[in-house]
Design a protein around this ligand. Sequence first.
Ligand code: FES
Length: 247
Amino acid sequence: MNFTLKIWRQKDAKSQGAFESYKVENISADTSFLEMLDILNNDLVHQGKEPVAFDHDCREGICGMCSLHIDGRAHGPGDGATTCQIYMRKFKDGATITIEPWRSAAFPVIKDLVVNRGAYDQILQAGGFVSVRTNSVPDGNAIPIAKADADESMDAAACVGCGACAATCKNGSAMLFVAARVSSLAKLPQGRVEGARRAKAMVAKMDELGFGNCTNTGACQAECPKQISIAHIARLNREFLAAKLED
Ligand code: FES
């Protein structure tokens, strides 16, 4: 398969970026999207040109590092998949593919397709610790948890913190990310101890970092590679309100 790639190139955070076009040829349909970029970079290096900077780590849909806007969609043309889980068979032979970094004020571009998602780390840090006894293996049945609660908690915990929710939201809201983190602990008795403090601290940090407000468009849920439900945002709102009323 052959493709024309329109890729956002930006020297550094201070430079103004622009799209540049590249051709990649004889790409197997079973090549992953990131492998296709590897092939392009190999060609660029052999031509003595600067390779395209892009983020990646696990390449298995686990770490959330591969964060690209592909043809206007976060993580490209696949539902429930990260960029590294997209294969070139998803595109038409001969297609022109537009590749951009996340576009969000809270995620400034560092270089080319790499953005700084440190804002999510700061929100996580604001969430703080969980009071659990460590060191020894706990008895699996010591704290009974209803299956439905455990399932909901695990669904929320699937968040990989990739940033697609905020980058997709027209308001630049990080509510789905914060909701997933708060909700995954709020559904478990172990997470209740610091529940009120966590909800308030994470929401306050999100606001401080300049993320926008949620207006329930549902775009975050539609583009989340882990298909996390906006029902968790409703839970975050309940947790936050209850914590404020306690105050
Ligand atoms: S590289 Fe880890 S999720 Fe894509």
